[in-house]
Every structure is written in C-alpha cells, then in structure tokens.
Design a protein around this ligand. Structure first.
Ligand code: ZN
Length: 360
C-alpha cells in the first residue's frame, strides 16, 4: 500500500462526518486505529529506494590509520605552513572539531558490514568503484545492492588497458566506468591519453562518472601535486562531449563550486548529468543548498543524482540522504528525482529493476 492511499483511507475514516451519532469516544478510537495504519506507511516511505551513484570499495585504512572521524560538514582549521599540511589534515580526523563525527571502522570486514547495514536500512543501491577484485568481493556480500564500477586513473596502477575494460564489461563486471580520478594527477578530461577510453565507453555504451570538482581540502599538499582548483570547472569536459555525442557521462562532484560554468555546460549539453557525491555532506548546508538550488532554479533538477562518495565512513550515506530530504526548497517530487528517478533513467534501469528496488 502506498503512503498516499493509507492517508486517504485515514481521511475517509476520521474526516468530517455528517453522522451526528458518532460521539467523541468513537472518533478517538478511530483516530487511534488510523495512527496504527499510518505508522507502517511512514516506515514504507523510509524504504523508498535510493540510488547512490558514488560508492567506494576501500580497505579500512585507505584514508589513513583508522579510526578516523569525519565531520559533516568537514571542519578544517586554517593552515599555518610552518607545519606540514598532512599533519594538520590528519589531526582534524583524529581529534575532530565537531560534536557528532562519523568514526570509521577499524577493519575491512566492519567497513563492508556497516556499509551494507546502512544500505539496507535506507534501501540503497549504488555504483561501486574500486579494484575489480575488491568490487567482486563486496558484490559477493550483497550483489543486489552494488553495480560494478571501476576506479580508473591514467598513469598509475589504476590505468587499465582497453582490452581489460572490454573484458570486464563482457563478463558483467563493469557496468559503470567510475570513478575516473584523472584530476588528481592533473590530467584534463580532453587529454589525448584519455581519448581511447572515451571512445570505448561510447562504443560499448558504458556510462562514465568522472571526478570534476572537490577532492579533499588541500589535495595538492597531500601528495596530488598536479591537482588544480581551476580543474573544478565542468567546462573542461566540453570538447569530449562534442567528440562523443552518444556518451553517457556524469560529473561526480558536480564541478563544485563552479556553478556558473556548470549551468553553461548543462545548458549547452542536455545529456550531461551530475552527482553530488561528497559535497552533499562535507560542505556547510547553506553553501551546498545555494549551489544545489542554483541548479534546480535553472531547471536542471531532473539531471542531479544523489551520491555519497562513501569512502570509509558508511553513515555518511544516510547523512547525505537527510540533506536532500530536509532541503526546504525542493518539492517532494524533486527529492525523489534526485534520490532515485533521475539515476534510474540515466542508467536505463528496466521496469523489472525498478520494481525490484521498490520491493527490497
Ligand atoms: Zn571524487
């Protein structure tokens, strides 16, 4: 039963009556009965499916020795370069300056278990980035919740050959080429080294998610020397879109905070979608809401997809969902669009998939 049909029944049951015989006592009893009907419906609303277009299968120590505390929003003191930035950065995760941080699990097993626990609690299915091995391992634990992705970056251990990608795709182990993190090594989307991969994704119709926008604050001083703030601009993607008009691509951090560039790109290229991974919970709400409202006010709410960028803090998934659910400027339909409907359309989920997600 849907929530609205229960509410309708309740209204008929307790609503204004012309029958003067119904006394106060009976109305109270009816209201109580009605409450019992509505409560499970509210729980049902909590179970409406969510698609998270940005999950990572990491080891528990991927971001540093656990446990690490993630504040939502992230709180980082001003940096005095007398101290190495990495030390100041790590201190923020060891001695968090917020009241209710999410503490990361200390073992790989706990990280996987807590991630699945949150996904089951909030009925989340998602795109899982990682090495083929770890993605396979996580999918063994919950194959119905994870679409296989692939962490990809030119120039290092995560640069896979075209043959490998084609093979993984053929084996059903690569549904989405994401997360492409070339920005960390200073490689722009239209770099010639990336070109064959765009062509492959277009030919095989593999959706691509690419990191454009925020990484960790101060990423340049954490070892990513070629990372540049100017590469947050979504316009860096434009020539790729022109060369590959059939490509399905989403910008994994929405090019935050370069809103004007993003709106220009979305206007000129109506196929482009954005994910709101990490920014949804790391940025202070007024700043994130201003950015998101900038997109929805411009009429592009139908191309925004929820993403958490869950790394080693599983509960950030539900904190991110809450940020959308509590956004005062979004209608209920816009919230559902962002949490599920837009991604279901973008990934071309079948009616059977969508029915299955609703029944999970
Ligand atoms: Zn990213």
């Amino acid at each position: 039963m849907t929530q609205s049909s229960v509410l309708l029944r309740c209204y008929i049951y307790t609503g204004p009556s012309t029958d003067v015989q119904i006394d106060t006592m009976e109305m109270t009893m009816r209201s109580l009965a009605c409450l019992l009907l509505v409560l499970p419906a509210i729980t049902l609303a909590d179970r409406l499916p969510v698609i998270d277009v940005h999950l990572h299968a990491f080891a528990a120590d991927q971001q540093g020795p656990p446990p690490l505390a993630m504040c939502t929003p992230i709180v980082l003191p001003a940096w005095d370069p007398a101290e190495p930035f990495a030390a100041a950065f790590m201190r923020a995760f060891k001695e968090p300056n917020c009241e209710d941080p999410v503490w990361s699990p200390t073992t790989d097993e706990e990280l996987l278990a807590r991630t699945i626990e949150v996904m089951e609690r909030r009925n989340v299915v998602g795109v899982l980035s990682g090495t083929p091995e770890r993605v396979a391992e996580w999918r063994e634990a919950a194959s119905n919740r994870f679409l296989p992705g692939l962490g990809f970056e030119i120039g290092g251990s995560r640069e896979y050959s075209l043959e490998t990608l084609e093979q993984l795709h053929g084996d059903g182990r690569l549904a989405v080429l994401a997360e492409v993190t070339n920005q960390y090594v200073g490689i722009e989307p239209d770099d010639e080294r990336m070109e064959p991969y765009w062509a492959l994704a277009e030919r095989l119709d593999i959706p691509v998610g690419i990191h454009i926008g925020t990484g960790p604050p101060g990423a340049i001083y954490l070892g990513s020397q070629n990372y540049r703030a100017r590469m947050h601009s979504p316009l860096t993607l434009e020539d790729v879109l022109v060369r590959h008009p059939k490509l399905r691509v989403y910008i994994m951090h929405a090019g935050y905070p370069m809103l004007e560039d993003l709106l220009a790109l979305m206007y000129a290229h109506p196929q482009v979608h954005v994910g709101i991974g990490v920014i949804v919970h790391t940025q202070p709400r007024p700043a994130f809401y201003r950015f998101l409202q900038g997109i929805t006010d411009a009429g592009y709410g139908n191309r925004v997809m929820f993403g958490s960028d869950q790394m080693v803090w599983p509960e950030t998934i539900e904190r991110g969902i809450a940020v959308i659910e509590e956004a005062p400027f979004l209608s209920e339909q816009q919230k559902r669009d962002i949490l599920y409907d837009n991604a279901a359309r973008f990934f071309r989920f079948s009616e059977e998939d969508i029915a299955r997600h609703h029944g999970m």
